[in-house]
Design a protein around this ligand. Sequence first.
Ligand code: UT7
Length: 333
Amino acid sequence: MSNIRAVIKGVGGYVPEYILTNQELETMIETNDEWITSRTGIKERRILKGDGAGTSAMVIKAVKELIEKTNTNPADLDFIICSTITPDFMCPVTSNLICDMIGAKKAFSFDLMAACSGFLYVLATGTNFIESGRFKKGIVIGGDKMSSIVNYKDRNTCILFGDGAGCALLEAEENSEYGIIDMAMRTDGSGLPYLNIKGGGSRLPASEYTTDNHDKYFIFQEGATVFKTAVTRMADISAEIMKRNNLKGEDIQWLVPHQANKRIIDATADRMGIGPEKITMNIERYGNTTNGTIPLCFWDYEKQFKKGDNIVLAAFGGGFTWGSMYLKWAYNS
Ligand code: UT7
């Protein structure tokens, strides 16, 4: 292993102003606040309004906040990687647009897709670029405009998702005790029937299908199967990371889980021996922002994280993809 650690030096975030409450959803579909709250933990979610506004409209706000807070010169960045399943365009991808908007002239950039596990995967990718010794500084991003792929007539999915984006600055530090320490990631592609967006790719190209097959462009989920798989796999992989690093529940200051369902989060924490006071939770305000959930938790809890805190991340999403990461927080804010 290299003696270079990838260390998180700052975080940024953005959620749109418009709040879609459970009460408003009650006027749109056959549902009620009590059902949504008890089954998911969600009370409201944010929606990006405005013609022509894509995911980059949120990402740029998060990234600008981050570079200001950390006093980063965009010209010093080596890379920008964005995880999203709702890029503004298929080409050029969202991170390319961000490079241009902030003037990151020497950075390379690309988007990465791993559904709701995406932020974990970009953090892992950025970490490995830095640990290689070739690159010193980069921004990893997770964000989605889920409202662009949600069918607001489908009560199985439209209550779950919201829009938002977050990001983190990664820097190289030699012989540091802080930063990303360990990671475990898995994929099981047999999850296709249970969570998918079938239209818009090369099998069902947008050019042929847009007019007659609207439903193919919306997210589809068979909730119960995804729920059962998510509970087991998120808990199993987090237990694996803890075992490998000799961590007990009491050694961990924070669990930062993907925010898909409060019941999945509680089950994962239970298995890890972690009490509710150590879980970052914002699902009640933002719903599931897909790639945005983990960086938005960083953003919301940054002031509570302390230098040296042991933090475990856990995610599960379409694919299926899932994973867990162990890091030591590097600063007080
Ligand atoms: O982030 C990516 C990974 N995604 C996840 O991890 C999500 C995993 N899945 C879940 O979070 C849950 O499965 C849901 C919250 C999506 C659904 O909860 P559930 O407890 O699994 O409910 P269900 O789908 O089994 O549906 C139970 C009942 C059904 O009625 P019947 O058939 O029992 O009469 C549904 O039709 O609830 C009904 N239902 C609703 N009722 C009121 C489904 N959606 C709604 C709704 N309002 N919005």
